[in-house]
Design a protein around this ligand. Sequence first.
Ligand SMILES: C[S@@+](CC[C@H](N)C(=O)[O-])C[C@H]1O[C@@H](n2cnc3c(N)ncnc32)[C@H](O)[C@@H]1O
Length: 200
Amino acid sequence: MDAQYWDEKYAGRDRLFSGAPNGVLVTEAADLPPGQALDVGCGEGADAVWLARRGWLVTAVDISRTALQRAAAAGADVADRVAWRRADLTAVPPPAGAFDLVSVQYFPLPRRPADTALRGLLAAVAPGGTLLVASHDPAELPPRHELGIDPNDYYQPADIAGVLGEEWRVLVEETRPRTAPAPAGTRHTRDTVLRARRLR
Ligand SMILES: C[S@@+](CC[C@H](N)C(=O)[O-])C[C@H]1O[C@@H](n2cnc3c(N)ncnc32)[C@H](O)[C@@H]1O
């Protein structure tokens, strides 16, 4: 799933996602004081725009140029509070300790030796900051032959929780019903959520 894969996926439809912020983000971030946020794999930008409208300064990163163009258009009213950035987050880590919130919503993060890309994302959370990860419930994922990828090649929230050391406190780790309809063409009914606070 490289840049070409994602650009073609976005180009195949006028709009891939609903345009509404993800339910997990809305539920979990509503009580956080605004600061610096990183939206990991921001797609068409609904989460980043929602955060910016609530006062956050957002760095929104995606590998797809097409997605970022749509996102910037959707967030024209908050252009001064969102930096849209094209990068491959599996290759280039975000700045360390820079973000009060790192939001990872349905981001396909491939497993790597020594967890390098994952550790780069974790390191981006500032002391006192929040890591929020939402994935589709792994139990609901279609089999490999339908999905075209092996879900086991990608981190699930439980894997990420397993990497967190003593400098983290896990606040939420659960699977729960989605609060929004499943993305078009999918049958997801549940989210798996990890929310953790970096203590130091
Ligand atoms: C399933 S979509 C989720 C988009 C958005 N977070 C949402 O929930 O609507 C995954 C997004 O991650 C982006 N992406 C995939 N691999 C990436 C990578 N290595 N670096 C940056 N973005 C990536 C894709 O282009 C896509 O927009």
